[in-house]
Structure formats: structure tokens, C-alpha cells
Design a binder for this molecule. Structure first.
Ligand SMILES: *Cc1c(COP(=O)(O)O)cnc(C)c1O
Length: 588
């Protein structure tokens, strides 16, 4: 390639130029040499295992005609598959700014590939001699990133954020049932039903060691016949047991209602917490709902807050939720499980504390408080730039992690290291863990490594926002997006919401993955009553006529590391402004 010589690039840029293939496969030659040497080592490994056994496929076999015929069938199928995948959404392109994915990082891709060809099953050390240790170390890296103490924290990789959220619900339910059954067995002197469900491990230990008895099964509402157990609990406390509730903010991912239903808690157990004018969990409403649960004797299975909302990439006030729960702990002795769904936003904690301020104080404070939560969901396959499927579930302390256990008669589990008895999933690939291990080892989940890439994505969103607002477009940026997601509508002053919503639906048609337009966006719709406060505070700023109960927004995830590159022939931000102007010229 005869590229003109350029001065060496900024260190902030070199990290991404090394760790990504590049939109034009700029690093192809180097990547190809890595692929070749990796496969050669894999071949050699096979040859070293029982070398005296001899070969099963001879040179003579390989020269048979049958081989040629079948090989060409194989390569035809492979070629067809490649051709078909060439119609796949080109996520690597800086023009793709739709959902929460973009280019994958090379170290992650190679980590995934290495695990793939060795094919470990991380259900146990029996089927994964190395993979389970890689997973253990990768969990340690993630724990350190979120501020948990490695060695004290526990966790495992899942196929994504949805399952990680289910893992938290299953454990919170098991813990609640265990505490409740211990108190019910110890008799009424241990306190009310609500207090017993929030006993805390210390009081639990005191209670079980004083009575010398394990918690009584007949009071555990997760085993046996739940209806009979409910009756037994009601009788023990002299108060009707109507089941626990889960407090989740209205900006939640849809995995939460799914999980509550799946666990058989009943959809009524899902208590949504109101959002403020910026679409974030409102702590005063949370306090109100907690009081209501206490009044009604409904144990609070868990309180969920979101770091990196699916809609906006915004942050709930995790720190304020932490303070509220801490007050309940200190003043009332009530221990309540706090789970942070940081599937999207958890990785921003790889940025230096100073750099996090770029996203504003509330976001920085929320990220800082991640370390005080009881459990966390992370999705390396989002902002970790790791291939699918890679999610992770972490707890701050081991004991909360180990509270659920199911054994399989045909697997010999190592009680100390194996995750099999504790995971909702059975067979689990080590690929997601190996990919995450690679980014942590080669790029570092800190301010001078990964943090740089994320910082750049936040800066990209900020500068694109400024450019769009200065462009003369009737563009209204939705409040509450602090990180690298930009949501907006195109609406003229005094225009009816129905008119601008129709325009935004057309915009999505023109910029959806189906249209093959110059850019690819995603779209979201905010509805009442969940987003009432945000809508009432924001939409009047352009004096819109509120003739619909929803607002349709374009949603841009600015994850691609090259969207803001200055070397490409086009400036993507300027091109995007031009495309929006053309769109408005076409559509009234
Ligand atoms: C993406 C996301 C999830 C679900 O993760 P999957 O990996 O798609 O299962 C959960 N919560 C939040 C906040 C998310 O952004």
C-alpha cells in the first residue's frame, strides 16, 4: 500500500488503531499473520498429544476422488454462507450508529477464537481444565473495574445481560426465602414478617446458631408446594404472606418483567419506580414504594437501578439509592438487596474518575457507587467490544452468590471452583470469558487503556450534538443521555407531536438497517405514563401541540471508534448533518 507518510498519531488514537481491524481492514496483514500462527499452534498441539498413536487420515485418503467431491460440497456451502453473511448489518462501519454494538476489538475476537477451537465447557473443571480458570480471572478483572474486592466478590459469565439479571433475581429470592424460613422457624420473637425477610446474614447466623437448627424447609416458599408454604409462613407470623415485590425503575430493560414472571412471582410483584424529568429513577418515589411495601408486609426482593439505560445510556442515581438503603440498614436493621443493571454502562468505570466527569457529576457519582451495590450485571458484548455472547453477573460478597445451588448427578463438581451448581445455564462456552480476559490483559480496563476508547466515544457524542445543534436543523435532543447515546426528534416550533412523530417514523424508514441508507440509526418511543415527567418538562420547550401520548426519537449509539476520525475522506459527523438536511428537504 502506498499511503502517504503522516506524522505519528496521538496516543489516544493509537490504542484504537492497534486494537481494531479498521473499517477498510487496514490491519489485515497483521491480523492474517496472527490467524495463521494461531492455527499452526493449534495443529502442533494436536500432534503433541499421544504422538505415537499414528494418523487416521492418510495422504492416499486425501487424494481420493470422493474427497474432492465432498470438499467441493463443503466449500460451496461455506461460500454460500459467506455470501449470505455479506448481507449482514455492517456493524463495523462508522456509518452504523444504531444499536448497542459496533466493531469488535481484535483482542476480544482472538480470545473468542482461541476458546472456540479448544471448545471448553465451563460447566465444570471436568470439561474445562483451562477455561474455568480464565473465567475466574476474567471475573476478577471485571470485579476490580466496578470496585468490588477481587477474592471477596464472585460471579460468572452468562450469555448476556438478560440471564445475568435473572441470576440476580433467583439469588435474591433464595436469600429472602432462607432468611424468612430461619425467622419463622425461630418463632414470633424474631420480629415481623417484613423485618425477618430483611434479617441480614449476621442476624441469620445468630438465629440459626442460637437455635442450633438449620432454617426449616416447611417455611421456604421456593421449595415444596409454594401455596402450602405460604400458608405455613402466614401462620408462623400471624399475618398474611402475600409474596415479595421487586422495585424496578420505569426505564428498565424488558428482561425485568420477563424475569419476575419467569420466577413465578406474578406480574403484580413488579412495582415500577417513577422516573424524574430526565428519565431517571426518582429516589423519592423509591422511598415511598419501600414504605408502602413495609406497610403492606411485602418483602422487598430487590431494588434495581440502571447504569446506562437502554434508551439513553443515562445513569440512575445509584449513589442515592445506596444512601437510602444504607439508612434503612443503619436505622432499622433492614438489609435490602441492591442490584445495578450496568449491562450497558458498567464499562464506563474503566474511565479515570476525572474523565468520568465528562458525563457530568450525577453520572460520575453513580459510577463511583457501583462498588457499594450487592450485585451487578455487565455486558462485555456491548461496551466491552467483545463478540456475542458475553454477559456477566457479579456479587459483591461470595455468600450472596452461593445462596442457590443445584447439583447434577452425572457431573463431578469441584465444590471450590466449579460454577456449574450455581448457574442458571448448564453448558457454557468459555469464549465470552476468554474474549473479556484478552481485552483486560492486553488493553487494561482502566483510564490509560479501555477508558480511552470509551472517553473518545463520549467526546464524539458531545461534539456531534454540538454540531447538530449549530446546523440550523429543528433538532431537539432528549434530556438524560450522558454517555455515548444521542436521542433526538426533528420538530418545528408549535408543531403537533403527531406530525413530528410521523416525520421521525419516516426518518427511521430511511435510516433503518433495511433501507441501506447512508447511515443506520435505531429508534425508540417514549410513552406515558412511564415518561410523563420527562415529556411534560421537555416537549413544551418548542411549544408542541401535545396531541399524542408518545414521542418517537431517533437513537444513535456512537460506539464506533472511528466515527470521529480525521483521516477518512469523509467527515462522518458532517456527512450525517448533510443527510438530515437532505431528508428534511425531501419530507415536509
Ligand atoms: C442490553 C441490556 C440488557 C440485556 O442484555 P442482553 O445481553 O441483550 O441479554 C439488560 N439491561 C440493560 C440495561 C441493557 O442495556
Amino acid at each position: 500500500m502506498a499511503a502517504p507518510l503522516r506524522p505519528p498519531c496521538d496516543p489516544n488514537e493509537s490504542s484504537l488503531k492497534i486494537f481494531f481491524l479498521g473499517p477498510r481492514a487496514e490491519n489485515a496483514r497483521w491480523v492474517l499473520s496472527l490467524v495463521t500462527s494461531l492455527f499452526e499452534r493449534w495443529f502442533d498441539w494436536r500432534r503433541r498429544i499421544h504422538p505415537g498413536d499414528g494418523c487416521a487420515i492418510s495422504i492416499a485418503d486425501q487424494s481420493q476422488e470422493e474427497f474432492d467431491v465432498r470438499r467441493s460440497a463443503f466449500s460451496d456451502a461455506l461460500s454460500e454462507l459467506m455470501t449470505r453473511f455479506e448481507h449482514e448489518v455492517p456493524k463495523f462501519s462508522p456509518r452504523y450508529v444504531g444499536h448497542m454494538f459496533s466493531e469488535t476489538a481484535l483482542p476480544a475476537l482472538f480470545g473468542h477464537l482461541v476458546a472456540l477451537i479448544h471448545n471448553p465447557n465451563n460447566i465444570s473443571g471436568e470439561s474445562s481444565r483451562v477455561g474455568v480458570h480464565i473465567e475466574h480471572e476474567a471475573v476478577g478483572f471485571l470485579a476490580q473495574m466496578v470496585g468490588y474486592r477481587p477474592g471477596v466478590a464472585a460471579g460468572h459469565f452468562t450469555s448476556g445481560g438478560t440471564i445475568a439479571n435473572f441470576e440476580s433475581l433467583a439469588r435474591a429470592r433464595a436469600r429472602c426465602a432462607l432468611w424468612l424460613s430461619a425467622a419463622a422457624g425461630a418463632g414470633a420473637r424474631s420480629g415481623s414478617l417484613f423485618e425477618s425477610a430483611h434479617l441480614g446474614w449476621q442476624s441469620f447466623d445468630a438465629l440459626t446458631s442460637a437455635s442450633g437448627k438449620a432454617p426449616e424447609e416447611r417455611f421456604n416458599f421456593t421449595s415444596g408446594n409454594p401455596w402450602e408454604r405460604t400458608r405455613a409462613i402466614s401462620e408462623a407470623f400471624g399475618q398474611e404472606f402475600r409474596g415479595p415485590v421487586v422495585l424496578v425503575p420505569g426505564n428498565k430493560h424488558y428482561s425485568w418483567p420477563k424475569g419476575v414472571e419467569l420466577l413465578g412471582l406474578g406480574t403484580e410483584a413488579f412495582w415500577p419506580v417513577e422516573l424524574d424529568g430526565r428519565g431517571k429513577l426518582d429516589p423519592s418515589d423509591l422511598a415511598k414504594q419501600m414504605e408502602r411495601a413495609r406497610r403492606e408486609g411485602r418483602p422487598i426482593l430487590m431494588v434495581v437501578s440502571v447504569a446506562g439505560t437502554t434508551e439513553f445510556g443515562g445513569f440512575d442515581p445509584v449513589h442515592e439509592v445506596t444512601q437510602l438503603l444504607e439508612t434503612w440498614r443503619r436505622e432499622r436493621g433492614l438489609e435490602i438487596w441492591h442490584h445495578v443493571d450496568a449491562a450497558y454502562g458498567g464499562f464506563f468505570r474503566a474511565m479515570d474518575p476525572g474523565a468520568r466527569e465528562l458525563m457530568g457529576n450525577p453520572a460520575a457519582a453513580a459510577l463511583e457507587a457501583l462498588s457499594l451495590s450487592d450485585s451487578i450485571t455487565l455486558d462485555p458484548h456491548k461496551l466491552g467490544y467483545v463478540p456475542y455472547a458475553s454477559g456477566a453477573f457479579l456479587t459483591r460478597i461470595q455468600r450472596d452468590y452461593l445462596v442457590t445451588r443445584t447439583d447434577a448427578p452425572y457431573v463431578a463438581f469441584d465444590p471450590l471452583h466449579d460454577r456449574g451448581p450455581f448457574t442458571l445455564e448448564g453448558s457454557r462456552s468459555a469464549a465470552g470469558a476468554a474474549a473479556t480476559w484478552m481485552i483486560a490483559r492486553s488493553m487494561a480496563l482502566s483510564g490509560d487503556g479501555y477508558g480511552r476508547i470509551l472517553r473518545r466515544s463520549v467526546e464524539t457524542r458531545k461534539s456531534l450534538e454540538e454540531l447538530l445543534l449549530a446546523s440550523g436543523l429543528p433538532l431537539r435532543v432528549a434530556p438524560g443521555g450522558e454517555s455515548n447515546i444521542l436521542c433526538f426528534t426533528l420538530a418545528h416550533p408549535h408543531e403537533a407531536l403527531s406530525k413530528s412523530n410521523a416525520r421521525m417514523r419516516q426518518l427511521y424508514e430511511a435510516f433503518s438497517p433495511k433501507s441501506d441508507g447512508p447511515f443506520t440509526f435505531s429508534r425508540t418511543t417514549l410513552r406515558r405514563p412511564t415518561y410523563s415527567k420527562l415529556m411534560d418538562e421537555w416537549i413544551p420547550s418548542w411549544n408542541a401541540v401535545l396531541d399524542e401520548d408518545e414521542i418517537v426519537l431517533a437513537r444513535l449509539c456512537l460506539m464506533n471508534p472511528f466515527f470521529g476520525s480525521s483521516e477518512t475522506r469523509v467527515s462522518y459527523p458532517q456527512e450525517l448533518v448533510k443527510c438530515l438536511q437532505e431528508f428534511l428537504g425531501r419530507v415536509s
